[in-house]
Design a protein around this ligand. Structure first.
Ligand SMILES: O=P(O)(O)OC[C@H]1O[C@H](O)[C@H](O)[C@@H](O)[C@@H]1O
Length: 768
């Protein structure tokens, strides 16, 4: 257990709370005419009136004492000076360096990080200017007009929130969209109506491994490639990356000159002012972006240097602790009275809840007090017509942050006066309420009167600024960042890690695999198993509905050791031993026995020999004879398509663009697919070193050389072929691919089962 609750100041706060429970805000204001004046502070263009909180001077004195007891000042200084404050990930948390003036010096491990930050900002500005000037051209020579940011969490919420908040300052010629969800609808809707040749995708991911982002990025690449046609290089200008993982960015096909990096010490939810903010910079321009950074910096400086008693983030953070831990409040409503801040509550949810949703202290002890509250909200005045009722008359204590601006960005009629009147009115109504006597005085009947009583005493902060500008937005975000830090310091937790999101991620990829693998044994709890089975059943139903319109295909993978078969949409798996005696007649007889009663409309055959124009060109090396010229269509009594077995596996492994497939089996199978068109090839027998390509990586080479040398040969050949053919990516399939522990850069592992996927695809129109 942590020792926080044992401290004298915590105990003092607790007894103060007990004596304070019945005190009403009405009374506090009536007794102290200067309350509003005394409990208002200003910094970095923001005015915080915290007089409508359930506090008095003693509360504040104890809360500041608590902050000092928890070493807030020295912890803050440690963060600002680049110390490893993110202890579980052994890193600094130095987002304040992202907005430090160019001549500042902030050292991490003895190196000043500011010049690197400034260099990235400069490159971002060059890119933003080119796009804004219409000089960044797509594959057809038309200027880029559509910017689609693909990212999630910190790589999405900051840019979405800020682009929305600052749309008034945005370049209206450009269309900005955001894709985050792995739900395909998000991507499809985001690109709806966009011309591919005018679209730039910004792939924003610190790690460049996030499932949602990478899935959407591949879909984006396919979408562009489909439109751009054969020339895979054509789509290069349509992608930029924002990441710390250069290798993964390059593997995806984005050159380093189109990558904007940032540093490991920038946490995802603290990254909107790093390269992750490129979409914001494109929208509002580099100058306004720098104004936003200046706003952040002004609040940083205030937090760093103002005494705790006048420090906005400190006061806000301590008030949250007061309600969360002594009043058991549990939630905070964030209510911006500025419609363009509509995504601000969502942004704050990641910032506050991913940061402070922690259950152990920095040294791993369980906490015995509440940590991070639930943050939620909607813009006012909309929320007033939905959930405010519960804040006014419900049974929960809900502290509210009201955010509002004196000037409208769009002065129209009385709108601004009405908007501002509402924010003031709501805070007043929540604090003062309406007593039974007041209700009765209005002549309300005795039965109705209790329903009209408003208990009041609901606390709120009034956060006002002159105008919503890039600068005031920057300062507002920094205010919350440092408030979060203040709370974390009191609670002695790490606000910079997020281990809690890992388990769900791992389970999701396991379950996705289980859903996509027929007949897999499930070993979850009964409810999870049942959900997976229900989904698979529904998915099967969907598939069979589609199947009614689609052809039902029997796919055969003919090999030297076995003939394997599957039928599209069915779980049936057939495996018949083959070998040097296997003839087509024998295969048909044996298949017949297994396929009895199964229906199919067409057959695909992956065959281990040269296939030219859909015909077997020579007798296979590892099977019996009679294959050349055999009438499969007659034998199966339906249309049959034949292709080389490696090509069929290649087709099943294909994910768009230009792919080189290499099958590591008995021999070396090979095929390329460009924009959905297959070009089978026989690289195996081309001369290479003293022999042929196959000689060094086939089954015999493996026996001859042993695994270690064989792997080295595979790597060398892959490299050679990559240089010669320049594919977007290479897939290594065939039975022996599994012997490669690591894969060369830009190479993916193909599954044997992809042969069947290829066989089924062979009958889909786009591959015909
Ligand atoms: O930027 P990325 O590496 O793609 O990460 C995106 C997001 O995903 C993770 O799951 C984390 O919980 C977030 O903190 C992070 O912002």
């Amino acid at each position: 257990m942590s020792t926080l609750r044992e401290t004298g100041v915590w105990k003092a706060l607790h007894s103060h709370y007990l004596s304070f429970q019945r005190i009403q805000l009405r009374g506090l204001f009536a007794r102290d005419k200067k309350r509003a004046e005394r409990y208002t502070v200003e910094a970095a263009g923001w005015r915080l009136d915290y007089s409508k909180h359930r506090i008095n001077d003693k509360t504040l004195k104890l809360l500041f004492e608590l902050a000092r007891e928890c070493s807030l000042e020295s912890r803050r200084d440690a963060m600002f000076s680049g110390k490893e404050v993110n202890t579980t990930e052994q890193r600094a948390a130095l987002h304040i360096a992202l907005r430090a003036p160019a001549d500042s010096v902030i050292n991490v491990a003895g190196v000043n990080v500011v010049p690197e930050v400034q260099a990235i900002l400069k490159r971002m500005a060059e890119c933003a200017e080119l796009i804004r000037a219409g000089e960044w051209k797509g594959y057809s020579g038309r200027p880029i007009r559509n910017i689609v940011n693909i990212g999630i969490g910190g790589s999405d919420l900051g840019p979405v929130m800020a682009c929305g908040a600052l749309c008034h300052y945005g370049e209206r010629k450009l269309r900005l969209r955001f894709v985050s969800n792995v739900d395909g609808t998000d991507f499809v809707e985001a690109v709806h109506g966009l011309r591919p040749d005018e679209t730039l995708f910004i792939i924003a991911s610190k790690t460049f491994t996030t499932l949602e982002t990478m899935t959407n990025a591949h879909t984006a690449r396919h979408w562009l490639q489909t439109a751009a046609g054969r020339d895979r290089k054509a789509i290069t200008p349509h992608f930029v990356a924002l990441s710390t993982n250069e290798k993964a960015v390059n593997d995806f096909g984005i050159p380093s000159k189109q990558m904007f990096g940032f540093q490991e010490w920038v946490g995802g939810r603290y990254s909107m002012d790093s390269a992750i903010g490129l979409s914001i910079m494109i929208a509002i321009g580099p100058e306004a972006f720098c104004e936003m950074l200046a706003g952040f910096h002004a609040m940083d400086e205030h937090f760093r240097s103002a005494p705790l008693e006048q420090n906005l983030p400190v006061i806000m953070g301590l008030l949250n602790v007061w309600y969360a831990d002594f009043f058991d409040a549990g939630t905070v409503a964030v209510l911006p009275y500025a419609h363009s801040l509509k995504r601000f509550p969502a942004y704050l949810q990641q910032l506050t809840m991913e940061s402070n949703g922690k259950h152990v202290t920095l040294d791993g002890k369980s906490v015995d007090y509440h940590t991070g509250s639930v943050f939620w909200g909607e813009p006012g005045t909309n929320g007033q017509h939905s959930f405010y009722q519960l804040i006014h008359q419900g049974t929960h204590l809900i502290p509210c942050d009201f955010i509002a601006f004196a000037e409208s960005l769009n002065p129209v009629g009385r709108h601004q006066d009405l908007l501002f009147a509402n924010v003031i009115a709501q805070a007043e109504a929540l604090a003062m309420g309406k007593t039974l006597t007041e209700v009765q005085k209005e002549g309300v009947s005795a039965e109705l009167a209790p329903h009209k009583v408003m208990k009041g005493n609901q606390p709120s902060s009034l956060l006002f600024a002159k105008r919503l500008t890039p600068t005031s937005l920057g300062a507002l975000v920094a205010l919350y960042e440092h408030s979060v830090f203040t709370q974390a310091t009191i609670w002695d937790i790490n606000p910079f890690d997020q281990w809690g999101v890992e388990l769900g991620k791992r389970l999701a990829s396991r379950i996705a695999e289980e859903i996509e693998t027929p007949d897999v044994t499930l070993a979850h709890d009964a409810s999870t198993n049942a959900s997976i089975r229900w989904y698979c059943y529904m998915r099967g139903q969907n598939n069979s509905q589609e199947k009614q319109e689609k052809r039902c295909v029997l796919a055969l993978d003919v090999g030297g050791s076995n003939v394997k078969a599957r039928i599209s949409g069915e779980k049936l798996k057939i495996k018949i031993p083959s070998g040097s005696d296997m003839t087509p007649e024998l295969m048909l007889t044996q298949l017949d026995k297994c396929l009895h009663g199964w229906h199919y409309d067409a057959v695909s055959v992956g065959f281990p020999a040269l296939v030219v124009h859909g015909r077997i060109a020579n007798e296979p090396a590892n099977l019996g004879t009679g294959w050349v010229g055999f009438d499969f269509a007659k034998a199966f009594s339906c249309p049959v398509r034949i292709m080389n077995d490696a090509a069929m596996q290649a087709l099943g492994s294909y994910e768009g663009g230009y792919m080189l497939f290499l099958g590591l089996g008995t021999g070396l199978g090979s095929a390329v697919i460009v924009d959905g068109r297959i070009e089978p090839m026989e690289l195996a027998h081309l001369p290479y070193k003293q022999h042929t390509y196959e000689y060094y990586v086939g089954k015999h080479a493996l026996q001859r050389l042993g695994k270690r040398k064989w792997r080295a040969e595979v790597f060398a050949e892959v490299e050679m072929l990559r240089i010669a053919l320049e594919p977007d990516y290479i897939v290594l399939g065939g039975g022996n691919a599994r012997l490669l522990k690591k894969l060369p850069t830009g190479v993916r592992r193909g599954k044997n089962a992809n042969a069947f996927t290829g066989g089924f695809r062979l009958w889909e129109d786009e591959y015909e």
